[in-house]
Design a protein around this ligand. Sequence first.
Ligand code: FES
Length: 142
Amino acid sequence: MTDSPALTRRTLLVAGSAGTALALAACAPNTSSSGSGTGGDSGTTTPTEVARLSDVPVGGAVAVMFDGAQIIVSQPTAGEVVAFSAICTHQGCIVQPEKTGLNCPCHQSLFDTATGAVLQGPATEPLPPVAVTLDGDKVLAG
Ligand code: FES
């Protein structure tokens, strides 16, 4: 048999994440990752605390590091958390949370804080989502 269900599923998961995993993997060194395990078990990741929900303003966002790359953690409504890659889809600068949205300082693209959608170009693609969950006040990614 040459069929490999695990490889197929993994391939689909990577493809389904709209390049987020690829982008993060491309930016993240395989060295010095604390808490991500040792020994090259690349099939499993342990969720990592990236923020405290109480530090994320309702209707706003904060920029944090996850796996060697900056991400944006947003709280669109009280108790709801979403996250996006902070890498601008125009030419790769790092977006920053501001009152009007997620602003790219390079060419002033603006992204929606709650959805990552483009509000103002030149970027045309939304910020890729990053999966996050809540464990009490802890925002976990991975
Ligand atoms: S790199 Fe962000 S707008 Fe150009």
